[in-house]
Write a protein that binds this ligand. Sequence first.
Ligand code: CA
Ligand code: CA
Length: 170
Amino acid sequence: MVSTEYERKIAARFATFDQDGNGYIDREDFNAATKALLAEFGIAARSDKGQALYIGAEAFWQGMAGIADRDGDQRITREEFVGGAVKRLRDNPDRFAEIARPFLDAALAIADGDGDAAATVDEVARALKALGAPETVATAAAGALDADSDGRVTEPEIVSAFARYFTVPE
Ligand code: CA
Ligand code: CA
């Protein structure tokens, strides 16, 4: 039963990570996200960019598990997510940026079609849709990332926005 704005936001964050929707976050969800991004942008898993994304996803999972998997069963339940991840990340958003950065860097390199170290707003929207965001949410979020409205989204913009997204105010 989702009743407050805070609970609604937490549920949305949890669903973002729980890519296969089975009620807990584990390594498979990070693999699913990686596969979805590679498929969307036509990048081979065995390529350098593909391997970098897998390595970043594993580091992201290990970092999240270290923060939130209190009972060490390699699964983050909703309770562990709320009690561990959300609270600790709110206290320390820099830590979240740190564990997410290798994955976000690799994802940006995959979405960045012309190799100029920035993704277009459209490329970011495609990446978010591949990760399961509804079209309107993906388009709005991608546009919001481009703070100076030059049509390009860079790594610092993505990392700080991602950390902000998970720093859910109570
Ligand atoms: Ca899952
Ligand atoms: Ca657990």
